[in-house]
Structures are given as structure tokens and as C-alpha cells.
Design a protein around this ligand. Sequence first.
Ligand code: FES
Length: 102
Amino acid sequence: MSEWVKACATDEIDEEDLIAWEHRDHKIAIYNTEKGFFATDLMCTHEAQSLEDGLVIDCVIECPLHGGRFDVCTGKALSAPVVEDLRTYPVEVRDGQVWVLV
Ligand code: FES
């Protein structure tokens, strides 16, 4: 069953950056982008690589290992070698806090 969980304050994530956050068995990346806050699975779908040190440009995360790219708003895989989309999680901002539905 899904529940809304408070993950962090909005000012804990720099613009065009992400943080790694863990809740129960979920390892999640939370992004601060020009379009707002988003959340996806933290691990790249190509190999078991954390996206924590990846580069965020606009709404795209580039995996630090092989440079595969994902749209962080939709989780869609955008460029080789990644072909499988990232799972996404609904996000809400309430009173300066980022909440994630996990
Ligand atoms: S592990 Fe992410 S692109 Fe290869």
C-alpha cells in the first residue's frame, strides 16, 4: 500500500541537482528541476549504478557510468545504452517540504 512520506526540505536540494533518499526498500532519487520536484528510482536501469552522482540538465539525468539519459519527469529512457524507463513516484511540495508517494 502506498503512503505519502516527507522526504526532505526543498532547500536541501540545489537547483538542477538531486539527492539520494531511502524509504523502506525503496532507493529513490529526488530532483529539483526547472519544472519542479520529481522522484525516480535511484538505480540506473542499465546496470546497478546509483544516479546520485549523475548530471542533471534541465529535466534530464545523465548516468555517471555510461552516460545513458532519462527524463526525470516521466522516467523515460532517452539515449543508449539505457532502454528501460525509470520508475517514477508522485511528488508534492507542502510548506517547503518534499513529500513522495511510495
Ligand atoms: S549503468 Fe547507467 S548507463 Fe550504464
